[in-house]
Design a protein around this ligand. Structure first.
Ligand code: COA
Length: 338
């Protein structure tokens, strides 16, 4: 059956964000590590990032963003909560049930999705599947991460890049011709690259045991250069696939909201797709790479800065550990981020 304008489709209808108040500038980092504002800005485009303080966890950020997304959608409740995160409050249990409970959503189904920096798109696609199956009419999708809690304090490369934050959207069952309709979301993975981005210890491959605790490496590790090349290629590929599926030419894309990994990666994607760099929205200068939170945070920033207006054709794409990547496209709905 061919999809028509009236076909059922998932529709984005609310957006909320939250950043922890504490800010770490490049100057702050250079007082602690062998780095400089000049190096970080020229290699990444990042000027500062928000970082949680002791006592603040991923669920705290997710709850604030979720509350705001519900307000933006004008809803008190939803049928399901999905949290995309690589930094759950604890390895067990998932973070989503706690978020649902703290939002007062009762006993709704709630679970986490782990696809690292592509997590938000994977969660969005998962929500779309539940809406299509009729299992839910509304879903709260949250991307929340606190990478500062898993970074090696001595790793100047990772500490320059990552920031903490949360962004959330509400999606509902609707029609393909409505503003906000998205999907199908393009998703892909390549597990042969799983070593490029990982936390080596603490999982079943290298569990913490008292006898080996000294050798364990509990920190996030990334082979930046290899990730860089793969990220540009894969995000560009997914973006073109999604644009074609929507019947959009590259010229039709009003704004590219790519995962905010590194300004050079984002510009590389724009160049590969054939889109002017000026149509690539940049938010990472103020927040860094916030992993699963990066796309909803950047979307909200684009709306607040007047770059994303109702009806605009927006394309989002992400790449992350796994390896995983994907893209989604939509006509922007008339919503106010909260
Ligand atoms: N300050 C100063 N020097 C730094 C530094 C910092 N914060 N971080 C790394 N360096 C140094 C390295 O130690 C290396 O020094 P050496 O040549 O003496 O060994 C040098 O800079 C070049 O390092 P390299 O890793 O080749 O730099 P790069 O241009 O590839 O930039 C990243 C490093 C991490 C910024 C870049 O690879 C990147 O952004 N990768 C993608 C990461 C990402 O976004 N991943 C998220 C998942 S999508």
């Amino acid at each position: 059956m061919t999809a028509t304008a009236h076909s059922p489709a998932p529709v984005l209808c609310g957006l909320g964000t939250w950043l922890p108040p504490h800010v770490v500038t490049n100057e702050d980092l250079s007082r602690e590590l062998d780095t400089s504002d000049e190096w970080i800005r020229s290699r990444t485009g990042i000027g500062r990032r928000h970082v949680v303080q002791p006592g603040e966890a991923t669920s705290d950020l997710a709850v604030e963003a979720g509350r705001r997304a519900l307000k933006s959608a004008g809803l008190d409740t939803v049928d399901m909560v999905i949290v995309a995160t690589t930094t759950p409050d604890r390895q067990c249990p998932a973070t989503a049930p706690l978020v649902a409970s703290r939002l007062g959503l009762g006993t709704v189904p709630a679970f986490d999705v782990g696809a690292v920096c592509t997590g938000f798109l994977y969660a969005l696609a998962t929500a779309a599947g539940f809406l299509a199956a009729g299992t839910a009419r509304t879903v709260l999708v949250v991307g929340a991460d606190t990478y500062s809690t898993i970074l090696d304090p001595a790793d100047r490369s990772a500490r320059a890049i990552f920031g903490d934050g949360a962004g959330a959207v509400v999606v509902r069952a609707g029609r393909a011709d409505e503003p906000g309709a998205f999907g199908p979301v393009e998703l892909a993975s390549d597990g042969s690259g799983c070593d490029l981005i990982m936390v080596p210890s603490g999982g079943s491959r290298d569990p913490f045991r008292a006898a080996t605790a000294q050798q364990a490496d509990p920190f996030f590790r990334m082979q930046g250069k290899k990730v860089f090349r793969s990220a540009v290629e894969r995000m560009a590929q997914s973006s073109l696939t999604v644009a074609e599926r929507f019947g959009w030419s590259v010229d039709d894309i009003d704004l590219l909201v790519a995962h905010q990994a590194n300004i050079r990666i984002m510009h590389g994607v724009a160049d590969s797709v054939g889109l002017p760099r000026s149509r690539c929205h940049v938010h990472l200068d103020r927040v860094g790479n916030t992993a699963a939170a990066s796309i909803p945070l950047a979307l909200a920033d684009a709306v607040e800065s007047g770059r994303l207006t109702p009806g605009a054709r927006v394309l989002t794409t992400a790449f992350g550990g796994g390896l995983t990547w994907g893209a989604a496209a939509l006509r922007w709905p008339d919503i106010s981020p909260a």
